[in-house]
Design a protein around this ligand. Sequence first.
Ligand code: GLU
Length: 502
Amino acid sequence: MTSIRVRIAPSPTGPLHLGTARTALFNFLFARHLGGTFIFRLEDTDQARSSVEFEKDILNGLHWLGIQWDEGPGIGDEPPGGRGSYGPYRQMQRLERYTEAATRLLAEDKAYYCYCTPEELDAERKRQEAARETPRYSGRCSALSQADRAAFEVEGRTPVVRFRIPSNRTIAFDDIVRGHVEIDTNALGGDLVIVRSDGTPLYHFTVAVDDAAMAISHVIRGEDHLSNTPKHILLFEAMGAAIPKFAHLPLILNPDRTKMSKRKSQTAVAAYRAQGFIPEAFVNYLALLGWSTGTEEEVLSLADLIERFELSAVNKAGAIFDRGRLEWLNGQWIRRLSADDLIDRLRPFLEAELAAGRIDWIPADEDMRALLPVVQERLPTLAAVGELVRFLFVNELALDPTLIVPKRWDIATTIAGLEAARSVIAGVGEVSWEADEIEPPLRQLVEERGWKAGELFMVVRVAVTGRTATPPLFDTMVALGYERTLARLDRAIEQLQAVAAT
Ligand code: GLU
């Protein structure tokens, strides 16, 4: 049996896209499940569009997701930072391999030099379009003599290298996801440019050369590459290399079933990270884009995913990206975090609130811990912490006093209610400042006065927080603190008295 070797081969021409992250994850899960090798190769030969920033973004994103690769160039057996600390393979550092492979194909007449100029090719394409033919290279340079070539060289033309694509052949393969696929070679656009006139190799060629050199056993990639596969198969054949198995993953779609594009949708993994999605949840969600365990189980750790993942269970149908489900999963994972871990992860988001002037201070760790019962169950994302706690960490609560008066109460009753509640709450004292100590005397007060608990509690809630919907009232008061709670009650009473006096 051949050993399992898979790779991801992103081009650093944009930030880490969630489709690329999903492809990386499926390759990683497949390799780990079967004890195979997962390789990371940067396809950086498009120098005009590649950048170091994008490279860093891709590397950081994969590290963040916990996806580690197993091999790297020029590094010893024991990388200092563990498995994932190997650098990736970079195609720009492997140029001589492509030159060698092209030289061999030329020597075997499986490829040839083509001197057609862009203008000539353009004219050819226009003529074909006018005649309603499928555009393809005519093969004009496919049988040049030495003399023809010499004449072009004298004109100063520098050739590209074209790989011969046979006509009238059907390339068939059994894709692990898509099943049996057949593609007619006449639909491939004619002989394929594999080396540009400046000597740099092109995508289809470098992929095939590297997949062969790296003994890749399974090519797992996005469905958008399905139509490229026959070209790669022909190149493998020409190079005398073994043909890997293929698995083309379904596209990731918007809820309206259109393709997720950079322009229309949020596709950068870093943007999700910045919004407070946590990697445990993000990886879990990515795994479910096109794959499922076949059971109801949805909350799965990376270790669970490695244990369960089966390439053969990947769906053909497009995978709809459902942000609501991602948020739900994120909430599930946030609930599973320990208090200290959650506090650490919330801190940068609170710092951003502070920097934006939406809160006046960042609570100390112990105050955060007191707050967790109030927030942990309610966070779809880490960034949502701002909205949940904003009213707690401001010096001056913006309060609309009329909001305090409930429907069936008048101002005078409301003031009386607040004053009575204030004195009961003050009686709890700083030392016993806990939800279980605050609630019973307030309930007793309600009973004595013949009020409705819901009404008095709403009056207190709005006075203390400025809003009608908050986390549980008594926990919130505990998180706010004894002194601040009383100060806010006093201020609300004053404001209401001022309204009553006018
Ligand atoms: N560089 C290609 C891409 O970014 C890789 C395709 C492949 O996996 O073969 O889409």
